[in-house]
Design a protein around this ligand. Structure first.
Ligand SMILES: CC(C)=CCC/C(C)=C/COP(=O)(O)O
Length: 292
C-alpha cells in the first residue's frame, strides 16, 4: 500500500531533498524546504529518524541564517552542518519569546503610526521644525556647555556642589547610553532621516533614546535641587514627556527606546543621588576646581 505522506516531488518524506538540484528556494515557490519543515514538525508522530529531521530543520526557511537560498548552492556542495541547539529551539518558542516578539511587533507598528513628523512630506511635517527645536533642548552639548559655564561663574560652594553633580550626571548619562547603544545595536527606524545636530558614532543606534534618558535625569535633578513654583515644576515634567514623544514623532526612535530611556534616566538620578559628590567625600575635586 503506498504511503499517504509524500513530498511535492513524490519522494517519501524520510528522504532529504534539499541538496538535490530540484529543491528550489521557498521564496521562489520551490516547495522542498517548506515541506521538509512540515515533516520535521510531525517527525515525532511519524517516527522519522530524528537525526535526519534535525538536519532538515537546519535547512528550513525558519532556521536558515543566510539569506542565500540553498538551491543556488548546487548539487555538488555538501549540506551545511546542523545548527547548534539554541537555534533549533526556535521551533518550540517559549512563552517569553512569543511575548517579546509580540511586544516588538506592537512597538514597530505603533512607532510607525506615531512617526508623523518623520519627513517634511509626512502628515504632520509642518511641525517638524518645532520638534527639532525640542530635540536641541534635550541635546547633550547645550546641557554640558551650560553646566560648565555656570560652574565657572558660580561663586558659592553650595552652587558649585550642585553643578559639579550635574556635570557628573551628564557624563554618566553619555557613558551609559553609549555603552548600551553599542551593546544592543538596534537600528533606528527605517523612516528616520539622519539629520541630527552633532552625534557620536553610537548614535546610529536607537536603543535607548539619549534624549529620553537626559529628559528624565534632568527633570528629576531640577525638581530635587531647584526651588521652583508649581507651574514651573509642571512645565519641567511636561518638557520631559513631550521631548520623549517628539523622538518617536520625528521617527528617530521606537516607543520602547523612549520608554526604556525614561526608565534609565530615572535610575541614573538615583545613582547620582546615591554617589552625591561633596567637599566631604570628594575634597580633591572641589579643591582642584576652586583653584581654576
Ligand atoms: C555629542 C554629545 C555630547 C551628545 C550626543 C547627544 C545625542 C545626539 C544623543 C542621541 O540622542 P537619541 O538617542 O535620543 O537620538
Amino acid at each position: 500500500m503506498p504511503s499517504p505522506r509524500r513530498s511535492v516531488e513524490g519522494r517519501p518524506l524520510g528522504v532529504s531533498t534539499s541538496s538535490s538540484s530540484s529543491g528550489g528556494s521557498p521564496a521562489h515557490g520551490g516547495g522542498g524546504s517548506r515541506f521538509e519543515f512540515q515533516s520535521l514538525l510531525s517527525s515525532r508522530a511519524t517516527g522519522v529518524d530524528p537525526a535526519c529531521a534535525r538536519l532538515r530543520a537546519s535547512e528550513s526557511p525558519v532556521h536558515r541564517r543566510s539569506s542565500f537560498p540553498l538551491a543556488v548552492a548546487g548539487p555538488s556542495q555538501a549540506p551545511p552542518p546542523p545548527l547548534p541547539e539554541e537555534d533549533r529551539m526556535d521551533l518550540n518558542p517559549s512563552f517569553l519569546g512569543i511575548a517579546l516578539r509580540s511586544l516588538l511587533a506592537i512597538d514597530l507598528w505603533l512607532s510607525k503610526k506615531l512617526g508623523v513628523c518623520a519627513g517634511e512630506s509626512s502628515s504632520w511635517g509642518s511641525v517638524r521644525p518645532l520638534m527639532k527645536l525640542l530635540e536641541i533642548s534635550g541635546h547633550g552639548i547645550p546641557w554640558l556647555v551650560g553646566t560648565l559655564y555656570c560652574l565657572c561663574r558660580s561663586d558659592s560652594w553650595a552652587g558649585r556642589e550642585v553643578l559639579m553633580n550635574l556635570l557628573f550626571a551628564l557624563l554618566l548619562d553619555l557613558l551609559l547610553v553609549a555603552l548600551i547603544k553599542g551593546l544592543v545595536r538596534r537600528r533606528r527606524p527605517a523612516h528616520n532621516q539622519m539629520d541630527m545636530f552633532v552625534t557620536l558614532s553610537v548614535d546610529k543606534y536607537s536603543f535607548p533614546s539619549g534624549h529620553a534618558t537626559r529628559a528624565a535625569l534632568m527633570s528629576r535633578f531640577i525638581l530635587n535641587h531647584l526651588v521652583l513654583a508649581i507651574p514651573l515644576r509642571v512645565l519641567v515634567v511636561l518638557w520631559a514627556f513631550v521631548l520623549g514623544l517628539s523622538r518617536v514623532m520625528l521617527g528617530r526612535h521606537n516607543v520602547t527606546d523612549v520608554a526604556f530611556g525614561f526608565f534609565l534616566g530615572y535610575m541614573q538620578y538615583s545613582i547620582v543621588d546615591y554617589c552625591w559628590l561633596s567637599p566631604h567625600n570628594a575634597p580633591v575635586l572641589f579643591l582642584l576646581w576652586s583653584q581654576q
